[in-house]
Design a protein around this ligand. Structure first.
Ligand code: ATP
Length: 595
């Protein structure tokens, strides 16, 4: 009984809660946040936007003047007024010409601005992605990032500038037309406004649905692009395995999914449009009937009737253009949301004092890990309670079976990822010690696994790490990496062009160019991750010997599956079962023999 009473009392509050939760179900506040972000870009061009609005308003006014003039012209021709014929004809033609000219200027301005804003956003986002935390970025596929970077930024920039002028101009056009009609007949003005309440009523549902569809379409487009990027990147494997037909099928499968979502969205848009058109047509018929009635009762002239009908359709046009902003407004907010997800990724850790270590550059640096734990996913440690040390002038090897965590150790040393427990530090000769972070990375030269040669000339690839390197410096680095032998035989030596991912070079040649690039960088610490795997044993040993001889204080850490270089190393660590264990001299020579 008491319970029931209690319920009765709380019902009004509950329904209020439900109402509030509906209003604030997150869709609108999300849209507002997304648009605030877009505005942060468009406000840089506020003067251009104001000019755009001004021209738009002027063009609309001219359009109105032209149609009011046409009313008087019809009245003159139908015999109601006969003076001022020439003047009115001039006003009518003149204002229509002005309106056309303004529209063209607006078109030009908006295209220019949307290119500017596209470039602004892309440049900013590029910098943000480059400085994003490695682990956070690891969750996104390349295709997805590419899709957000191009399509989403394109959508945002095409609307970022025009949304405010479009709204202001449409609202102005709507109000101006409304008042012109009102001036001649208030009943007609009311009829013309007939569809407005209905539109407002359905807007909430339409907005939410549109946004949901927008999100689905964008996500599907990202999936499709991920598939495409991956397929084109691995074309050789796909062809050599003879699985091209399977990939063709897979492409069609993705296309079908994309098509289904797009068509579903399109159907929803068509249904909404039909609803709006039915409303518009109904209002149009009522207006037409009313005009005919007024004309029949001689309460209005032919000119006024033409003005009414023309302005009524203008009013619907203005109303529709406000309404049609909604889909592009929502698509932009969906795209902005997707871009913001990238922008808001956590940044890499920077420790600015790291630059102070440069003073000790000549003495080299010690790399040390103490009691480090690391897991990519919670609770699944790849590295546990592990320690290692590499001092200046040493070559330290990390060996171990595939997938045990050698590359992960390299990532910890580079400060791309951070240990969840323990530490990974760099120590200078003056005793200073800093955790590995984005700002210690300039002390490293890194040759990762796989082919990392970019399209362009060999010299361009080399200058990627040292813009002002002379030809002589490039040749010296190539000599150290045992690459000069084959580069000097190329038709244009260091200026010979190579394709994407080193196309035109053998795997071993590409590896030597990549090592030469790391040598040219001349950093005190060199990390080679399976970087000599495609070289013959003699060349591999020669390259390492050259590197150490050239800079005796260099700290070298190499990961390898091959034992051929182990007897050149001061220390060998085996990575196994999440543990990093230092091998005794006996163990490492046994390992070298075992192979
Ligand atoms: N980007 C990543 N995200 C999540 N887990 C990863 C990632 N990279 C590696 N791992 C996991 O970490 C473990 C160690 O991988 P890592 O690449 O460090 O091994 P590795 O010893 O260098 O292997 P290989 O000799 O084959 O190059 C693997 O079991 C792998 O599942």
């Amino acid at each position: 009984m008491e319970d029931n009473e209690q319920k009765k009392k709380t019902i009004p509050f509950e329904s209020l809660d439900v109402l509030l939760s509906r209003i604030k179900d997150g869709t609108f506040s999300e849209i507002i946040e997304d648009w605030k972000w877009i505005f942060s870009y468009s406000k840089r061009y506020k003067f251009a936007i104001v000019f755009y609005v001004f021209l738009g308003v002027l063009s609309t006014t001219m359009g109105l003047v032209s149609s009011v003039a046409s009313k008087y012209l019809i009245d003159i021709i139908t015999g109601y007024q006969t003076d001022k014929l020439v003047l009115l004809a001039l006003i009518m033609v003149g204002s229509a010409v002005f309106s056309l000219a303004f529209d063209s200027v607006i078109n030009r301005i908006s295209t220019k601005l949307s290119i500017y804003i596209n470039n602004d956003i892309q440049a900013d986002i590029f910098d943000k992605i480059v400085d994003a935390d490695w682990m956070a970025l690891n969750g996104y596929s390349n295709g997805d990032i590419l899709n957000r970077f191009n399509s989403d930024i394109g959508t945002v920039s095409s609307n970022a500038i025009s949304w405010l002028p479009t709204i202001v101009i449409a609202v102005y056009r709507f109000l101006a037309t409304f008042f012109v009609i009102l001036h001649y007949d208030w009943v007609m003005a009311l009829i013309a406004l007939g569809s407005a309440p209905f539109m407002l009523l359905i807007s909430r549902f339409v907005v939410k649905k549109q946004r949901e569809y927008g999100k689905k379409v964008r996500e599907m487009s990202s999936n499709l692009m991920t598939f495409e990027v991956e397929t084109f990147y691995n074309f050789d494997s796909i062809k050599s395995f003879g699985v091209a037909p399977h990939y063709s099928k897979k492409l069609r499968w993705w296309q079908k999914k994309f098509k289904n979502v797009s068509l579903e969205y399109n159907l929803f848009t068509i249904k909404t449009n039909i609803l709006l058109s039915v409303m518009g047509t109904a209002v149009q018929f009522i207006a037409f009937g009313y005009c005919l009635f007024r004309l029949w009762t001689h309460s209005i002239t032919y000119g006024t009737m033409t003005l009414f009908l023309q302005q009524r359709s203008n009013l619907t046009g203005a109303f529709n253009s406000v309404v049609s902003i909604i889909p592009s407004f929502l698509n932009s907010s969906v795209s902005a949301h997707r871009i913001r997800e990238l922008v808001e990724l956590p940044k890499e850790v920077h420790i600015p004092e790291s630059s102070e270590l440069d003073a000790c550059m000549a003495d080299g640096f010690t790399v040390e890990m103490r009691g480090a734990d690391f897991a990519y996913t919670d609770g699944k440690n790849v590295i546990q309670q592990s320690a290692l040390i590499a001092k200046p002038g040493e070559i330290v090897a990390l060996v171990g079976a595939s997938g045990e965590g050698k590359t992960t150790l390299i990532r910890l040393i580079l400060g791309l990822v951070r240990p969840q427990a323990g530490e990974a530090v760099i120590c200078a000769s003056d005793g200073r010690e800093l955790p590995m972070n984005a700002d210690t990375r300039h002390l490293f030269a890194y040759v990762p696994q796989g082919n990392t040669i970019l399209s362009g000339t060999i010299a361009e690839n080399m200058r990627m790490v040292k813009e002002d390197a002379t030809d002589e410096e490039i040749i010296a680095a190539l000599q150290i990496a045992c690459a000069w032998d084959f580069v000097q035989k190329l038709p244009e030596t260091i200026n010979s062009k190579i394709g994407e991912r080193g196309r035109g070079l053998s795997e071993g040649q590409a590896q030597r160019v990549a090592i030469a690039r790391a040598v040219l960088r001349d950093a005190p610490i060199l990390l080679l991750d399976e970087a000599t795997s495609a070289l013959d044993v003699t060349t591999e040993r020669q390259v390492l010997r050259n590197i150490i001889q050239q800079k005796p204080n260099k700290t070298c850490i190499v990961t390898t599956h091959r034992p051929s270089v182990l007897n050149m190393c001061q220390r060998v660590y085996r990575v196994m079962d999440t543990q990093v264990a230092e091998l005794s001299e006996e163990e490492s020579s046994r390992m070298a023999m075992d192979f």
